[in-house]
Design a protein around this ligand. Structure first.
Ligand code: NAD
Length: 314
């Protein structure tokens, strides 16, 4: 299939593109190397991808109207996998307009181009943050979203989901929103807790913990890639799926697992909860299991082992 991946130089994008290339898909990859974190990491991922196969790469902003039209005209993608976004909750508290521009307007621009150029399948990278603050005594089901979210990032993802649903209702385009739950693994974004913790552990620096009773559903990146590919195979109408491990893990359990994987005892500094962060996430993955035939394979311990091995081999 001829697939356009936006945000292909990002953490998840890198893994997705490398898997799609191995499966023989024709790929067009767009990424602006947004400076949310070091563009050099994104450049390095593109160079690594270029070792694994041939694809067209464009360092281009998805909001660049003229060049994006030219790209759709030239490449005629059959499917769009839209990962490009400014990620992260904290940044969105400081620069909400950037999140509206890229995460909302950028998504609408991709939907509009897809409509105009006859793309029939569109996958949108949404987030567990659309569930907002919940008491985590049972897993979060797809239809339990309400309008109460905790950050401008979450609001942007929710708004973009609403646009996706609207485009399916109005036009002949199948769209699936995939809600990723805290993704980790090799090439992980440096701003995320697991990468920050590992770096600090190895540098013998204390780990700042913001909310020791918080809980997250951590998902290994290969499982996310398998979920994206499964969703791409089974599209029709508008669909929403949680992609998570389905196993919530407390912050202290995460720290202890990292200690056991690295053999290093952590020195902890407990700080207050941060605005924008929710206290818990836990994915109900029944729909993805039953409708996509998808089951996450990698346990947290195994995933952290793989991540640590990759870190040491860099
Ligand atoms: P990432 O920042 O590594 O990747 C996003 C990529 O998009 C970056 O390479 C960036 O340069 C690119 N980009 C940003 N603005 C752009 C623009 N205007 N034009 C073109 N490219 C642009 O993040 P990631 O962790 O790989 O996340 C990928 C997607 O998954 C994002 O949409 C993110 O919101 C979503 N998501 C990620 C997680 C996670 O745990 N990593 C969880 C939930 C949702």
């Amino acid at each position: 299939m001829n697939i356009l991946v936006t945000g292909g130089a990002g953490f998840i994008g890198y893994h997705l593109c490398s898997s799609l290339l191995k499966k023989g898909h024709a790929l067009t990859v767009v990424d602006s190397f947004h400076p949310y974190y070091e563009p050099a990491l994104k450049q390095a991922r593109v160079e690594a991808l270029q070792q694994s196969g041939t694809f067209s790469f464009f360092r281009q902003d998805i909001l660049d109207e003229e060049n994006m039209h030219a790209l759709f005209e030239r490449e005629q993608p059959e499917a769009v996998i839209h990962l490009a976004a400014v990620p992260g909750v904290r940044g969105s508290l400081h620069e909400p307009i950037t999140y509206v521009d890229i995460d909302v307007k950028g998504t609408v621009h991709m939907l509009e181009l897809s409509k105009q150029y006859g793309v029939k399948r569109f996958l949108f990278a949404s987030s567990s943050s659309v569930y907002g603050e919940r008491s985590i005594n049972q897993p979060l089901q797809e239809d339990s979203v309400n309008l109460s979210v905790a950050s401008p990032y979450a609001a942007s993802k929710l708004a973009a989901e609403v646009f996706c649903r609207t485009y399916t209702q109005l036009y002949d385009i199948s769209i699936t929103s995939l809600r990723f739950f805290t993704v980790y693994g090799p090439h992980q974004r440096p701003d995320m807790a697991i990468s920050r913790f590992l770096k600090r552990l190895l540098d013998n620096q204390p780990l700042p913990l913001y909310n020791t009773s918080s809980v997250r559903d951590y998902t290994y990146v290969d499982d996310i890639v398998n979920g994206i590919e499964a969703a791409l195979r089974r599209m029709g109408g508008y669909q929403v799926y949680n992609l998570g491990s389905g196993k919530p893990v407390g912050l202290m359990e995460l720290v202890h697992t990292l200690e056991s994987v690295t053999g290093i005892k952590a020195n902890l500094i407990v700080e207050g909860a941060q605005p924008g962060d929710v206290s818990g996430t836990w994915a109900d993955i029944t729909a993805a299991r039953e409708e996509l035939g998808w089951t996450p394979q990698v346990t947290l311990e195994e995933g952290l082992h793989r991540y640590y091995q990759w870190w040491q081999s860099r």
